[in-house]
Design a protein around this ligand. Structure first.
Ligand code: 3PG
Ligand code: MG
Length: 396
């Protein structure tokens, strides 16, 4: 990495200093309970390190996409659950009288400030809002990679006002991503799955020029199969994008990137759990009334052989309709191969984005990958080769 960023190692003595730490507390909730606390856990190294060094830790975060300040978007809702995960007391501080409340905090104290998006100017990166935040603290730490694709006052603007540092989670993300696509050990394989090609066109365009093997799965593989002239029955596909898919296949060929499309598939007449019409067939044998719902076992075996020749893997998106059994089989099998190769030390495996973490958790292998990103949109934009404004603002 030519450019570099400051980390907590560069902070110096923080005892008694107020540190604004941008974290991502945007966790999924159901009936008042947090259903996945991964993002909470990601913040723990930075928060405990700063608190243990005697900093006054002020957590800055957004929550949902509120149009106006309302109680159902208040970060007060996550303060208790967060405190539970952290295992230390956490104060909640409203935007009214916040400076006075902060003045009562002692070194080592931790507080969550109210939703940054309660300020209309936050998402517009309004300098006045960044100043409003900056006045509260001496230093700024950004530990929210998963919000780094947003050029908002709390993710970007602030870094230009206060001395800015990457937190531990941000640091780990940036190092892992650099190892995966910056200057990776070759050969490099990428798995790109998910329902729609349209959401990942830029990812595919960027990857074909950078990886040696591109493995396409999920509903988006169907669009590529259609582009190659195969009959895909009533499979989910974006038929209007077959031209674009062809362009991507041509670009891959020019760049010496081998694109792997399934040659056997799991099909059914209806999309349901374990449907009676379930069968595995060659990709050329899909009937008009069938739909492709997963890669077949022969394809998975061939892909496992590809991964065995690779040194680096970047993974985004499931290979099949993995929420519905047995269409999780290919994703689970290939993820287990990647995990085993990682554990043997022959593969650096980095995964991220939306459904991906859920799929790897389902396969029981998330911990066996080299790195699993907490980010959804930010991971995808990074896979598109875009510069993330929140990251860029930390570079020196
Ligand atoms: C996320 O949940 O993807 C991040 O927290 C960013 O949220 P946003 O998509 O509402 O900006
Ligand atoms: Mg998002």
């Amino acid at each position: 990495m030519a450019e570099t960023f400051r980390t907590l190692d560069d902070l110096g003595d923080v005892a008694g200093k107020r540190v604004l730490v941008r974290v991502d507390l945007n966790v999924p909730m159901q009936d008042g309970a947090v259903t996945d606390d991964t993002r909470f856990r990601a913040t723990l190294p930075t928060v405990t390190e700063l608190a243990d060094k005697g900093a006054i830790v002020l957590l800055l975060a957004h929550f949902g996409r509120p149009k106006a300040p309302t109680p159902d978007y208040s970060l007060a809702l996550v303060t208790r659950p967060y405190e539970h995960v952290l295992g230390r007391p956490v104060r909640f501080i409203d935007w009214e009288g916040d400076a006075d409340s902060i003045a009562t905090l002692q070194p080592g104290d931790i507080a969550i400030l109210e939703n940054t998006r309660f300020f209309g100017g936050e998402e517009k990166n309004d300098p006045a809002v960044a100043e409003r935040f900056a006045k509260l603290a001496d230093l700024y730490v950004n530990d929210a990679f998963s919000a780094a694709h947003r050029a908002h006052a709390s993710t970007e603007g602030l870094a230009h006002i206060l001395p800015a540092y990457a937190g531990r989670a941000m640091e780990a993300e940036l190092k892992a991503l650099e190892a995966a696509l910056g200057e990776p050990e070759r050969p490099v394989a990428a798995v790109v799955g998910g329902a729609k090609v349209s959401t990942k066109l830029e990812v595919l365009r960027h990857l074909v020029a950078r990886v040696d093997h591109l493995i396409i799965g999920g509903g988006m593989a169907n669009t590529f199969l259609a582009a190659r002239g195969l009959a895909i029955g009533k499979s989910l596909a974006e038929r209007e994008l077959t031209g674009t898919a062809e362009e991507i296949l041509d670009a891959a060929e020019r760049a010496n990137c081998t694109v792997h499309l399934p040659y056997d598939v799991v099909v059914a007449k209806e999309f349901a759990a374990n449907p009676p019409s379930l069968r595995t067939c060659n990709v050329h044998e899909v009937a008009e009334d069938e739909m492709i719902l997963d890669l077949g076992p022969a394809a998975v075996e061939a892909l496992a052989d590809v991964l065995k020749t690779c040194r680096t893997l970047v993974w985004n998106g499931p290979l099949g309709a993995f929420e519905t059994p047995p269409f999780d089989a290919a994703t689970v099998a290939l993820a287990r191969t990647a995990a085993a190769l990682t554990q043997e030390g022959s593969l650096v495996s980095v995964a991220g984005g939306g459904d991906t973490v859920a799929a790897l958790n389902q396969a029981g292998v998330a911990d066996a990958f080299t790195f699993v990103s907490t980010a959804g949109g930010a991971f995808l934009e990074w896979m598109e080769g875009k510069e993330l404004p929140g990251v860029k603002a930390l570079m020196r």
